[in-house]
Write a protein that binds this ligand. Structure first.
Ligand code: CA2
Length: 151
């Protein structure tokens, strides 16, 4: 069974615990369970990983770049959190893994928020973008990945 990575960046471990008006009340554990279930229904093994450390996110994307080349992974759904707006390293990494489809996902509509959230270093190297549908966006992104990339 091919793998799909659901990757979450800084502070997303706090999902559902604070700022419910912005991010809702669903916890990251709930989101991860929803993604695993949806993946299974679609015929994929979903691996979920969250880190507050940029380097750990880079390592995980590189690992999936290798799995993708070996035909063992389909792609990645990635909410890079605030690193979205700052990280040239994540941009370079996604570009560098050469082919691994990465769907950028955001819980909130970043374009309806502060101007510093309008810039994304991930968007130019993403296969697609899902923004502003709350935590349901992760499922939309998974579905889109499978619909467009399944072989
Ligand atoms: O809307 C999104 O998914 C974001 O990626 C969430 C990030 C934010 O920096 C991005 O601009 C948009 C924030 C991660 C969640 O941070 C929380 C902080 C407190 C309580 C709950 C979540």
């Amino acid at each position: 069974m091919k793998k799909i990575l659901v990757l979450n960046g800084p502070n997303l471990n706090l999902l559902g615990t604070r700022e419910p008006e912005q991010y809702g009340r669903t916890t990251l554990a709930d989101v991860e369970a929803m993604c695993r279930e949806a993946g299974e229904r679609l015929g994929y093994e979903v691996e979920c990983f969250q880190s507050n450390w940029e380097g750990a996110l880079l390592d995980k994307i590189q690992e999936y770049g290798r799995l993708y080349k070996e035909g063992k992974a389909l792609g990645c759904v990635f909410n890079a959190g605030a690193f979205t707006h700052t990280s040239v390293a994540l941009h370079d990494c996604i570009k560098g893994v050469d082919g691994l489809p990465v769907i950028e996902c955001h819980v909130s509509n970043v374009h309806a928020r502060e101007e510093f959230r309008h810039k994304s270093w991930i968007s130019p190297v993403a296969a697609g973008i899902v923004i502003g549908f709350g935590v349901q966006g992760y499922l939309v992104a998974l579905d889109a990945l499978v619909r467009t990339r399944a072989t």
